[in-house]
Design a protein around this ligand. Sequence first.
Ligand SMILES: [Zn+2]
Length: 264
Amino acid sequence: MILSGTLFKMTTVVGNPIQYYLNLSQDLVSINQLINKNISIKHIGYSCVICGKNEKIYRMGFCKKCFFESPYASESIIRPELSKAHLDEEERNLEIEKEIQLQPHIVYLAYTGDVKVGVTRESQVPTRWIDQGATTALPIAKTENRYEAGVIEVVLKNHLADKTNYKKMLNTSDKENIDLYKIREEVKKYFPEESSKFYLDNAEQIFLEYPYNIPEKTNAFTLDKNPEISGTLKGIKGQYLCLDNGNFINIRNHEGYVVEIAID
Ligand SMILES: [Zn+2]
């Protein structure tokens, strides 16, 4: 079977284990059942996720122009504390920024080999945690907008990691017993006074199980280094496909890449 289209991040459905779908130009291909089958992914072009042009992808699926101009790639997407829509102030497009920022957000703890703190829109729970490959996560604050969540995250980043180390994540088992309630209690004291009303003391820690076993080695592979990757699919975790020769490919980092995928 040969499929082709533009890669978007994989779509996921919670289950035991999580169900993954490759998203090729919005056509979804269920891939859990492709584990132990041969797969090859070949890079044949680009299609920016905003403008659709065949321009080299700069970051996050955007061509360089869109990355610096689109409201979907503005600074507050990466750094929530810089959000300004709640002040009626525009970064790039106030209407879209209001849509993104003025909705409930969650500050959470997640375990990806380290306990990290993060912010996400409430509607992105638990997708955001699955995309990071977290084996467990716990919401610790719920705010009315993105800015309020960013303020809490900035303070907690002084005490916890905020980035995922992909090698650690790929070498973490979902059998590890991590008590996030204890860490929630420990970080409560760091909440800024004006943010304490957002603290959640009654959320439940959730556990996520991936179709994945820790391999002997991990080599990050990109279609920039080599335009074709192939091997036997051995597992899926976060946004990574793991192949038999220790090669991993982060599908999310290839958003906007036009590819041909052969499966047999
Ligand atoms: Zn573009």
